[in-house]
Ligand binder design. Structure first.
Ligand SMILES: CC(C)(COP(=O)(O)OP(=O)(O)OC[C@H]1O[C@@H](n2cnc3c(N)ncnc32)[C@H](O)[C@@H]1OP(=O)(O)O)[C@@H](O)C(=O)NCCC(=O)NCCS
Length: 157
């Protein structure tokens, strides 16, 4: 497996995944729309297969993870990508790595906690506002859990 920067040839696989799993390549957090097709990122690949990727956005001394995805899950790919992401954050001159996940995403919450991230804020009902920007966000997830709150996690690097 190799980890490398995303290049333009990777975009179609990533866009296809995001459209399928997140309704579109438009990603919304904290009231901001991010176009995933233009974000920088890193990708984990094995031969021709994409195993996972992270898209991020640098703003001053902060680096926000916009999407963290393991296509092959629970095999340590996410952990390896996140370790690489910490190095990128430091190299970009940032001290805070942060992200948003949602109240229903229990696997992601366990994942980020296991990597040392701290839950610093719960933005109650923020997804209601996000739906104005991205009406495709469903009211409930596939298990019927309402998608309502944005959970903000951070790690100082
Ligand atoms: C969240 C996600 C990125 C985790 O990636 P992953 O490659 O499966 O995670 P890893 O195998 O590296 O696991 C690292 C640690 O996270 C935790 N973890 C990961 N998946 C978990 C799950 N489904 N349930 C509980 N804990 C989990 C474990 O503590 C694990 O450590 P361990 O293997 O020593 O027990 C992956 O589940 C995913 O792509 N989900 C769909 C997209 C998503 O929701 N992304 C996050 C919001 S943008």
């Amino acid at each position: 497996m190799i980890i490398r920067k995303i290049n333009e040839n990777d975009r179609s696989v990533i866009n296809e995944y995001l459209t399928h799993h997140f309704s579109s390549q438009k990603l919304v957090s904290r009231g901001v729309i991010h176009d995933s097709s233009t974000l920088p990122g890193i990708i984990a690949c094995s031969d021709e297969a994409t195993l996972g990727f992270i898209l991020y956005h640098v703003d001053g001394e902060e680096c926000q993870i916009i999407a963290a995805v393991s296509i092959v899950q629970e095999e340590g790919i996410g952990r390896i990508l996140m370790r690489e992401m910490q190095g990128i954050t430091r190299s970009a001159g940032c001290t805070r790595l942060w992200l948003i996940t949602t109240n229903n995403n229990i696997a992601a919450q366990k994942f980020y906690k296991s990597l040392g991230f701290k839950l610093v804020k719960t933005h109650v009902d923020a997804i209601t506002n996000s739906r104005f920007l991205k009406p495709e966000i469903p009211e409930k997830d596939s298990e019927g859990v309402p998608i309502k709150d944005e959970l903000e996690y951070e790690l100082w690097v």
